[in-house]
Ligand binder design. Structure first.
Ligand code: TRP
Length: 481
């Protein structure tokens, strides 16, 4: 058997690893998406469901993905190939890794575009563009940005370039260095903004909105949104945590790291929510304005407040920094795959892949203007298609397969070697990974695919297939129960 190329690089220490993983998890998902989906879905009850999803699906899959990376000791594709051999499973499991690498690259292609809105707003806010802006002007301003492909291209290119530069330098001199100044900066800005939020006079209202559950406002669709978002926000399902885990030494604890990552990510989402809704409510604005919450509603609010120029600018700096620590983690899976499996030097791999992904991203830039009416998947334009394909299909698929591999295929010794849990806790985790997580994911998956009307038919079929697979595989001795 030819010697498999393994990850040679590693994290300097456990703390920097946890910080980098938190950096990956904390991103546009926390600052942009979580607040607006919470606003759209009525607050408290949605937040409660979201927290349950993090606990019951997010954390178990996160621990599993980190474990797969460290046990496989390579990029996602190679890790899964190594693991299937070690556990005498089908070699086709490498496809799980490939799905992750591809999807991460696809997400990156539009992630830099949305992060670019944040960068544009940072500079505009700095120049005072939002002072005393009216709601109409704020709307026109955002639309003006989206309708200007040149400006979008400029920011998309700038963020793609920064991402490639960091990843090209490698784990220690690239990712670690970027993380060690991005993360403290992020924390500091968040705390300053939190302090500011308490002075707005609407902090209590914001707190009530987020933490007082009104279940009459909760819909089935909201539950599905919360589940999907739990995956996105923790960066799981796509090999990011697998690569980061592959650089983790055996001395360190995956369980401890995983808990920290989930805790910090959730905390940042909730704090960002508190800050944003305090500012929005203090100015008598609505929480449920959708994706425009950050780029339309918030500038109006900042524009009306004393100190709004300063704190608004700071806020958009936060968005860009958080996005950058995530975008590097979206490029890393593909780069490590090119480096290890195709023997392409990291520097070349980062630039080559960065370039290809940047080109794909142009499709998303144009989706807001010239290509707005060009349809790809169904009625969706390019941006919507890539978002749908990754977030609604490839991501849940990745999560599902990760839980199935760890819960059924992986040998018991390997499980215990990677996930440092006592027997009782491990039993619990396995139960969750075998039945709760996969079933929940299947439901989301089916609904995303066929729409709410025929979900139950799909789910029933999927569950039967899943049960037959498990029973059969156990009979044939292929599963490691
Ligand atoms: N978690 C990041 C966010 O909340 C986005 C992200 C980074 C991601 N790496 C990922 C999402 C891997 C899915 C998979 O913005």
């Amino acid at each position: 058997m030819s010697q498999l190329k393994l990850s040679e690089e590693g994290w300097s220490n456990q703390t920097i690893f946890i910080l980098a993983a938190i950096g990956s998890a904390v991103g546009l998902g926390n600052l942009w998406k979580f607040p607006y989906i919470t606003g759209e879905n009525g607050g408290g009850a949605f937040v409660l469901v979201y927290l349950a999803c993090i606990l019951l699906i997010g954390i178990p899959v996160l621990l599993s993905e980190l474990a797969l990376g460290r046990a496989g000791q390579a990029n996602p594709v190679q890790s899964m190939a190594n693991l299937s051999r070690q556990n005498s499973a089908s070699p086709l499991w490498f496809l799980l890794g490939l799905n992750g690498v591809l999807a991460a690259a696809l997400i990156l292609s539009f992630y830099t575009v949305v992060a670019g809105w944040g960068a544009a707003y940072f500079f505009e806010s700095l120049q005072g563009a939002f002072i005393d802006i009216t709601p109409d002007q704020a709307g026109t301003h955002f639309e003006g940005l989206l309708h200007n492909p040149y400006e979008l291209m400029f920011w998309h290119s700038a963020l793609s370039l920064l991402t490639a530069i960091v990843v090209a330098k490698g784990v220690k001199s690239g990712i670690e260095r970027a993380i060690s100044f991005l993360m403290p900066g992020l924390l500091l800005i968040l705390l300053v903004l939190l302090g500011y939020a308490t002075t707005t006079g609407a902090f209590g209202q914001s707190f009530g909105f987020l933490f007082y559950p009104d279940f009459t406002k909760l819909s089935w669709a909201a539950v599905l949104t919360a589940m999907g978002h739990a995956f996105f926000t923790l960066s799981i399902g796509l090999g990011t945590m697998m690569v980061y885990g592959s650089y983790l030494s055996r001395k360190h604890s995956i369980v401890k790291a995983g808990m920290w990552i989930a805790f910090a990510d959730t905390l940042v989402a909730l704090l960002a929510g508190l800050v944003i809704f305090s500012i929005v409510f203090a100015n008598g604005l609505q929480a449920g304005s959708g994706p425009g919450l950050l780029f339309q509603t918030l500038p109006i609010a900042f524009g009306q407040m004393t100190g709004g120029w300063f704190f608004g600018t700071l806020f958009f700096a936060l968005v860009v920094m958080a996005a950058l620590s995530s975008s590097i983690s979206l490029l890393e899976p593909a780069v490590s795959w090119f480096e290890q499996n195709w023997d392409i030097k990291r520097l070349k791999a980062a630039w080559l892949l960065g370039f290809i992904i940047w080109v794909v991203g142009i499709g998303s830039v144009l989706s807001f203007n010239d290509w707005a009416d060009v349809h790809f998947l169904g009625e969706r334009n390019f941006f919507e298609s890539v978002d749908f394909l990754t977030a609604n299909i490839m991501l849940p698929l990745g999560g599902l397969l990760i839980s199935v591999f760890v819960a059924w295929v992986m040998k018991q010794e390997q499980r215990y070697a990677e996930i440092e849990l006592e027997q009782g806790a491990m039993k619990w985790l396995l139960m969750d990974l075998r039945w709760i997580a996969p079933v929940a994911i299947l439901i989301v998956f089916a609904t995303n695919l066929v729409g709410a009307e025929s979900t139950w038919v799909m789910v029933t079929v999927a569950l039967v297939v899943y049960a037959v697979y498990v029973v059969n595989a156990i009979r044939n001795g292929h599963l490691n129960g």
